[in-house]
Design a protein around this ligand. Sequence first.
Ligand code: ADP
Ligand code: 5GP
Length: 220
Amino acid sequence: MSNDTPARGDLFLLSAPSGAGKTTLIRYVTARLADSGELHFSVSHTTRRPRAGEQDGRDYHFVDEAAFRRMIDAGEFLEWAEVHGQFYGTSRRAVLPHLERGADVVVDIDVQGAERLMRGFPQAHSVFILPPSYAELVRRLRGRGLDGEPEIARRLADALDEIARYDSYQYVIINDDVERAGRALAAIVLEKRHRRERQEPRIAGVLADFERARGSDAPS
Ligand code: ADP
Ligand code: 5GP
């Protein structure tokens, strides 16, 4: 898709400090909105090692640095960035074909990458997730039990710089409660789905049905 070809689906950029709940909220919304359309999760490439329970191709495409650099050189990324000492990137094929087929796409992305994509895709919708407090972020990172203490310390050290950039985003959700925050994110996605332009194909079907009824023996 070039930027002058209107995408059929909407693109959502979701950022937050690590542990604030992006993955949890994306799963919540994807499951709850399935009956009104697909919210496709863009699977990024990363050089970081998989955590326990993470699956290659579902959570990330896990690659080594040489492979990541080859993808950069081949122009395969829409954006990439170094985050917490590792490379992360959103490939073109993780996003563009899905928008073109009409799915909404959500990208879990750090603040640098999001700012880059906002420039390339001004039509993207950007959402920042805040934890309710520092202490709660610490609790969630430790409670998740997937990162060692040095890695947690690094993520906490980066958190203040990340949250300071909340004002580049259009929407902010404070994730104090999964249900409440999940409903807020779902409302943002649903609102986009109900814009008139997105509804035009369905509207055309309803209008055609009325035209057909008028031309036949419809009850008066
Ligand atoms: P991220 O993807 O932003 O790094 P996760 O979705 O993995 O964060 O969430 C980090 C941890 O916090 C997980 O153990 C998750 O279950 C927990 N969590 C997420 N949202 C909430 C919430 N509103 N209240 C309590 N725990 C939460
Ligand atoms: P984690 O290692 O906790 O999964 O993610 C660390 C950080 O990398 C998070 O801020 C996450 O949003 C970000 N991230 C994940 N995928 C991408 C991506 O494709 N591009 C960029 N720029 N950041 C990403």
